[in-house]
Write a protein that binds this ligand. Structure first.
Ligand SMILES: [Fe+2]
Length: 346
């Protein structure tokens, strides 16, 4: 078995491969680590054949769909996953064949309805059903403390105590434990009576994870996060530094069109001298009148440097091959004491 554990903040993801056949699976990949997983698989001589989420994550952005698209491999989740992009849905007890290895799904609802654990050889990937010294919470959408009790006490904890436990989270830098260790020391598992366990789970009063709305939206639909959208746009445009632009503005270079894509009130309060106003919301509608020459060099700027990246990317898509974005925004420009002008341009 070839095995890599990739922590991202408190999230844990795993690359597991068969050393005989080089077939591998990614478990609970996180969106910021895509290049890392692909590089690890290449370094280890593995080919990723499957990407698997142990459940619908509410606290981080799953990379399964994006990796599946890049590598042309199937996304695997439990049968009750709401995500429409899942290619292979597993039922309890079903296996994924990974070269000479077998990954067996154990349906363990509770943290979410679609939670499953994956058992392979000497270890079990427990998702958020069982964590080291804790359990997954049951107060997020489709969570159910009664179901978690059954999943833990009737299923998971009845497995071989020597099985290594690899969870989807650890906030203290630990890599794994064992079923036996968890039975002995996990404080939440000391409530062995159903009523007491459920009562404890109902009264944890945990704070909501950050980005829960965006995580559920994107993980359940396969849609993009805001930062993914921005990163994709940024990958298609060159940028110009603020110092470079300042030098060009001061030299009054005529060949560069500075396009301020904010709204009129922001533009009139303070803009880069010589900048033209074309709000992002009107860009496509006014582009033919305002920018008739697609060979011109155009620099898009906005308040923070995000919307201008989208605007420059849109311009490039429409054939403005010399559109660039300002590396920074008007806020940083003003704070640097660079020249601005108020009101309208002649
Ligand atoms: Fe989770």
């Amino acid at each position: 078995m070839i095995f890599e554990q990739v922590p991202t903040g408190g999230c844990q993801s795993y690359l597991i491969g068969c050393s005989d056949t080089c077939a591998a699976a990614l478990i609970d990949p996180e969106i910021s680590q895509i290049d890392h997983y692909v590089a690890l698989a290449a370094r280890d001589g593995l080919r990723v054949r499957y990407v698997i989420d142990t459940h619908t994550h509410a606290d981080h952005f799953s990379a399964t769909r994006e990796i599946a698209r890049q590598l042309n491999v199937p996304v695997i989740m439990h049968r009750s996953s709401p995500a429409p992009f899942v290619d292979m849905r597993l039922g309890d007890g079903e296996l994924i064949v990974l070269g000479k290895m077998r990954l067996q799904a154990i349906h363990t609802p509770g943290h979410t309805r679609d939670s499953m654990c994956l058992m392979v050889e000497d270890r079990v990937f427990t998702g958020d059903t069982l964590l080291i010294g804790a359990t997954g919470r049951t107060d997020l959408p489709s969570g159910d403390p009664e179901a978690l009790y059954d999943s833990l006490f009737e299923r998971l904890l009845k497995l071989d105590p020597a099985l290594k436990v690899y969870p989807a989270h650890d906030y203290k830098g630990r890599s794994h434990s064992t079923i036996g260790d968890e039975i002995a020391t996990n404080p939440r598992l000391q409530k062995r009576e159903r009523g007491a366990f459920v009562e404890m789970m109902r009264n944890l009063n945990l704070t909501m994870p950050t980005h829960v709305t965006e995580a559920l939206r994107t993980n359940m639909s396969g849609g993009k996060t805001v930062s993914q959208l921005l990163a994709q746009a940024a990958a298609t445009v060159p940028f110009m530094s603020m110092a470079e632009l300042k030098a060009r503005v001061e030299a009054q270079e005529g060949d560069l069109i500075v396009l301020d894509v904010r709204e009129r009130d922001a533009y009139e309060a303070a803009h880069i001298p010589g900048a033209r106003l074309l709000p992002r919301g009107q860009l496509e509608l006014r582009v033919n009148q305002d920018l008739p020459d697609p060979t011109r060099r155009i620099l898009a700027c906005c308040e923070l440097g995000y919307i201008s990246t989208l605007a420059a990317s849109t311009l490039r898509e429409m054939g403005f091959q010399h559109a660039v974005a300002l590396d920074g925004g008007m806020k940083a420009w003003r704070e640097s004491g660079y020249p601005t002008k108020a009101g309208r341009e002649p």
